[in-house]
Design a protein around this ligand. Structure first.
Ligand code: ZN
Length: 150
């Protein structure tokens, strides 16, 4: 009989086809505002249109499924200065990022606090948090953070 500490491999280990991986949960988030303050001059700017952004978040360890945020956000144009800008998503992710801040912070902690090599950190993120981050991406995050800290 297996004891309580017996080793059980991750069920996705050795899976080669994406179609055999658990499908992501889609979670909707909204940063969609009728008006917002212009970042350049501070005037209120009405919404021009809405747009969508997909972000990879930490997954659900109970179901073993990845999680994707489908963020609806507003795009604005300032009537005073003509500046175009998007609703602030900085509580979720950095501009142009494909991953949430939670994922980035977890990845960097794995390397900086736990001393995991980049490839091991990448596997850990998938195995325990169900988010796939290429190891080179983890490396970019850690090196970018290191530069800022120096
Ligand atoms: Zn403006």
């Amino acid at each position: 009989m297996d004891g309580p500490g017996s080793y059980v491999a991750d069920p996705t280990e050795g899976v080669t086809g994406v179609e055999d991986l658990p499908p992501p949960q889609i979670v909707k988030r909204s940063r969609n505002y009728r008006r917002g303050p212009c970042p350049r001059c501070g005037r209120r700017a009405y919404r021009l249109r809405t747009a969508h952004r997909t972000l990879h978040d930490l997954g659900d360890p109970m179901s073993g499924r990845p999680r994707q945020l489908d963020v609806t956000y507003s795009q604005h144009r300032c009537p005073a200065c003509g500046c175009y800008f998007n609703a602030d998503l900085l509580d979720l992710a950095l501009p142009n990022a494909h991953y949430t801040l939670r994922v980035m912070h977890t990845a960097v902690r794995l390397v900086v606090e736990d001393g995991l090599p980049y490839r091991a950190a990448s596997w850990h993120l998938w195995r325990d948090h169900r988010v796939f981050v290429p190891f080179a991406t983890v490396q970019n995050w850690v090196e970018a953070g290191g530069k800022k800290g120096r």
